[in-house]
Design a protein around this ligand. Structure first.
Ligand code: G3P
Ligand code: CA
Length: 245
């Protein structure tokens, strides 16, 4: 099996992360998984953004949880990256699901549920409900979170959900859940993993965020399940060189 190339926040080297422009850039390559980050607005809308606050990636200030979707849509989510992207808006999860259907997406969508700083009560149920309303049968959805309670809530709501634990350091809880197959993949910080690859089952591991060519090479040589990276083209080239595909 080839190691999956996971496009982290789209293609953030080429366009503002987690925006439509970034996703289009990533989807232009033969990536295996598209990774996004999801938060909840004040009016209970699922939006795609990495940080809890809008300050770093827009011309606005404050937390996503304190703003309505209408307020967020007035912000410019592209100029911080380049003036060329001054029309980029925040994207709702539902808009991305419409796009994936339209382009006949058949790979995997990795949704990070960002409940590690704010709990966003009800976000898990809303996610499962929203996804059920769309035709997603052509591709696989994987939920990931640093918050294991979020993954367990999703598991209760959707017995067939694919769940991945994100972590800086593994806990016994994560290892036990993966042994019981409740968690089907583990997504460790590469700084912890890189000298401990032999500890874990290679087919379950997709480390993040790996942009260094030497580390990507090591991951490909160990035939891990995936590599979560900003360097899509580099990773695809290295995979061709090392794994032949
Ligand atoms: O996919 C894993 C990675 O996205 C986790 O870190 O901070 O980039 O969301 P972060
Ligand atoms: Ca993420």
């Amino acid at each position: 099996m080839l190691t999956e190339i996971v496009a982290h926040r789209g293609y953030p080297k080429k366009a503002p992360e987690n925006t439509l422009a970034s996703f289009k850039k990533a989807l232009a390559f033969s990536i295996d998984i598209l990774e996004i980050d999801v938060h909840l607005t004040k009016d209970q809308q699922l939006v795609i953004i990495h940080d809890e606050a809008v300050d770093r990636t827009s011309n606005g200030h404050g937390f996503v949880k304190d703003k309505t979707l209408e307020e967020l849509l007035k912000l410019d989510f592209g100029s911080w990256f380049s003036p060329k992207y001054n029309d980029e808006k925040i994207m709702c999860l539902s808009e991305l699901l419409v796009l994936l259907k339209k382009i006949n997406f058949s790979k995997k969508l990795l949704i990070e549920v960002k409940t590690d700083h704010f709990a966003y009560p009800g976000i898990e149920a809303l996610l499962v409900k929203t996804i059920a309303q769309f035709d997603t049968h052509k591709y696989q959805i994987i939920y990931q979170s640093f918050n294991i309670a979020t993954l367990l809530k999703i598991a209760k709501l959707d017995k067939s959900a694919n769940l991945a634990a994100l972590f800086f350091y593994p806990t016994w809880q994560i290892l036990c859940l993966s042994k019981k197959n409740l968690i089907t993949a583990i997504h460790p910080d590469n700084r912890w993993l890189i000298n401990r690859i032999f500890w874990l089952k290679p087919s379950m591991i997709r480390p993040w965020k790996v942009n260094d060519p030497q580390k990507i090479r090591k991951i490909l040589k160990c035939q891990l399940a995936g590599v979560i990276t900003d360097e899509i083209e580099l990773a695809l080239d290295l995979r061709k060189e090392i794994q032949g595909g």
